[in-house]
Write a protein that binds this ligand. Structure first.
Ligand SMILES: Cc1ncc(COP(=O)(O)O)c(C=O)c1O
Length: 405
């Protein structure tokens, strides 16, 4: 399913490096297969656009009928401009301000509120409105500590034992709670998916919330990052999800919509960051391969020690050696891989940093004033530029234009 070495090398040649390449066919396949795994007629899949907000990818998913999970007014505006109807967008904000709340409400996008204090402010500002409520399912799981979003030490969601307070506020402001939501973490095991579902379904009674249209169980489906990592059995997981939700709806008395918000599952494995090695150092036997990209362009290894597989596309059969693959940023901690065994790396070689479709470009920045890479989308074997690289000149001019001085 992955793009071939020869194909990727051709893209590096044509568009130069650093370059992000995404396999659009894989993204669509992932989206459609969820409907095979989870056989529920009212299944809605919100793409977590924080994972990748490239317009070309958003348009692809909008055309396929996907829904959208947004977390800032900027994402809402871009989602609408990409063509998503407002009814297909949910807004799950953290620590939102009054201004943000008003901005998003005016767009007619459903707000997902994750704190009792914000619920009171929302009710006061917009009595009689519809809304969704985010609960903290109290299940700790995720790829690493930083990616766990539930439990007492997490800033997200309303505690399950605050339901009475929530009901009181909803009644006071005549609010219509049409959805309940939880998100446990990123890269969670299937057992945690079930546990969190049960936690949310436990409070989703007709007595507590009589107007529900949907339950949204967030994202977090685990995808393998290391070559030897086991893939979740999505077929088995989908069957169990369907079974649990069927049982729940029978008890609730109505068939509700079942919603998920995958980010990584949809796009992580579709992406490649292609970089070129330009400086090799042999420091008394300690090999360092320096490339023309850096952590502002793919921060996950530095940010939370995430593993990204690296392939030497130019010399796949070279003799193995152990390298640090480092970036061009003026920081010691700027690396993509540490002490990694790779086929011999030579200056000029193109390396592919894999599983770079989620939380890579979208977490990017301009530290050291280096422009972000261009992005290319591949469909049916054809590559199309979906975001151009801006020049150093453009970036410097942007800083000048934004300066108040
Ligand atoms: C509320 C919410 N939904 C969905 C997601 C998507 O998670 P993932 O990319 O792991 O599927 C996130 C990610 O952190 C999130 O915070």
């Amino acid at each position: 399913m992955s793009l071939s070495r020869e194909f990727l090398l051709r893209q590096a040649e044509e568009y130069s490096t650093p370059l992000y390449v995404y396999d659009g066919d894989m993204i669509l396949d992932r989206y459609h297969r969820l409907f095979d795994f989870i056989k529920w007629p009212g299944l809605k899949v919100h793409f977590a656009m924080k994972a990748n907000s490239n317009l070309g990818i958003l348009k692809l998913l909008n055309k396929a009928g996907a829904y959208l999970d947004t977390v800032s007014p900027g994402e809402v505006i871009l989602g609408l401009k990409a063509g998503f109807p407002r009814e297909r967008i949910i807004y799950t904000a953290n620590n939102l301000t009054e201004a943000e709340m008003h901005m998003v409400h005016e767009q007619g996008v459903l707000m997902n509120i994750g704190s009792v204090s914000r619920l009171a402010k929302f009710g006061k500002a917009f009595p009689g409105s519809e809304l969704c409520l985010r609960f903290n399912p109290d299940v700790r799981d995720g790829e690493n500590e930083r990616l766990m979003t539930a439990g007492d030490i997490a800033k997200f969601g309303i505690l399950l034992d605050q339901v009475d307070k929530v009901r009181e506020l909803a009644a006071k402001y005549n609010l219509k709670v049409v959805g309940l939501h939880e998100h446990t973490g990123s890269g969670i095991q299937d057992e945690s998916v079930y546990k969190s579902m049960k936690a949310l379904m436990g409070i989703a009674t007709p007595e507590n919330f009589p107007d529900l249209r949907f339950l949204d169980f967030g994202g977090g489906f685990k995808v393998p990052y290391k070559p030897d990592e086991k893939r979740i059995d999505y077929v088995k997981m989908g069957a169990e999800i369907t079974r649990l939700f069927t049982e729940f709806c029978d008890k609730y008395g109505r068939k509700l919509e079942l919603r998920f918000e995958p980010g990584k599952y949809m796009v992580a494995e579709s992406g490649y960051l292609l970089v070129q090695i330009n400086t090799l150092k042999d420091n008394h036997g300690y090999l360092i391969a320096g490339c023309n990209s850096g952590f502002p362009q793919l921060i996950r290894p530095v940010f939370y020690g995430a593993y990204h597989h690296v392939r030497n596309l130019s010399n796949p059969d070279g003799a193995a050696n152990v390298y640090d693959v480092v970036g061009n940023i003026c920081e010691t901690g700027d690396y993509f891989a540490e002490r990694r065994e790779l086929p011999e790396i030579r200056e000029g070689d193109i390396l592919s940093i894999e599983n770079a479709g989620a939380y890579c470009y979208s977490m990017g920045g301009f530290y050291n004033l280096r422009p972000m890479p261009a992005e290319v989308l591949v469909q049916n074997g054809e590559a199309k530029l979906i975001r151009r690289r801006i020049s150093f000149e453009d970036l410097a001019n942007q800083v000048l234009a934004e300066s108040a001085d």
